[in-house]
Ligand binder design. Sequence first.
Ligand code: ZN
Length: 380
Amino acid sequence: MRLVVQVKPLPTPEQAAALEATLHTVNRAATLVARIAHQQRCFRNFDLRKHAYARIKAEFGLAAQAAQHVIKKVADAYRTLHANLAVGNLGKPGSRRRRAAETRPIVFRSRAAQPYDDRCLSWQHATRTVSIWTVAGRLKAVAFTGSARQLALLAEHRRGESDLIWREGAWYLYATVEVPDRPVAAPDGFAGVDLGIANIATTSDGIRHSGKHLNALRHRHRELRRRLQAKKTKSAKRLLKRRRRKEARLAAQVDHAIAKQIVTEAERTGRGIALEDLGGIRERVRLRKPQRVTLHSWSFHQLGAFITSKAARAGVAVIFVKAAYTSQECSACHHIDKRNRPDQATFSCTSCGFAEHADVNAARTIASRGETGWAVSHAA
Ligand SMILES: [Zn+2]
């Protein structure tokens, strides 16, 4: 499985100046390449090299590898733009936003991220430094730091390109790592996980992971957004962007922690994990309007993806089950009835009298569907 590890370079002031000058230079070069691509109507990496390679090397003093990376970055940016245009993400044909995207060449921010391959950037794990190409010559020993887990992943499994990133006043290196999956163990039963809003995740063991802290932050941000959007100033936009990032970071942290607990518990007890088929979640949930907003910004997919990837690394089986009626089905007798669920939190079976927290009951139903589904798909 491919993961991205984030570490923090700790450059000296001189090293930082060289890194900064490098980002400025490669992005000016990228903007020029984008203009050439736009004028020549030539967007593929290979073709673009013929038009731009010699010129940006000479004009910006780029090393051969750096020049190639600049061109590839431009080709990738156009590929993304064209894909976005094709699926209508930039508005209907003829709309102002779309016309602007079609008629103007791409411009790169002066601090946009830059990819590095192993020749331009090498890792020394023992001394925890990188050697990196810059426009001011090669920096031999730029220190970096990161969490123990990230450093271990990096030292053992790093492979492929790394990105140099400047974000909100700090430097980052994003490195790709390839971690081998463990073979999936035959599960001894399944733990069911119900994903929700008030409770982010509830397991069939009765553990509820509430999103209180995160929901409160989201609510505050929504209020702030309403006030700032009315202003439309540049500083308001910047603040909004920062808030959005903060929210996304917190959500990722919360999701990581929940996914870890769920996978660790399943691994410890030798069980697999049953999840609802994520595609159906939004359609299934019917909510009052304020909650629906929360739901749409909600990261079901992220949590599902974290659980799936951590399970793959731990060798824990994951099965996706149909989401239909999980909230109305009795996990004891499988009787399905709308009236089984008199309110948001309560489940009370009209047939056998079984009562449980509604989310726990749903998680148990998901677990039993997982067991059935696994038995069917592994019968042969
Ligand atoms: Zn029942």
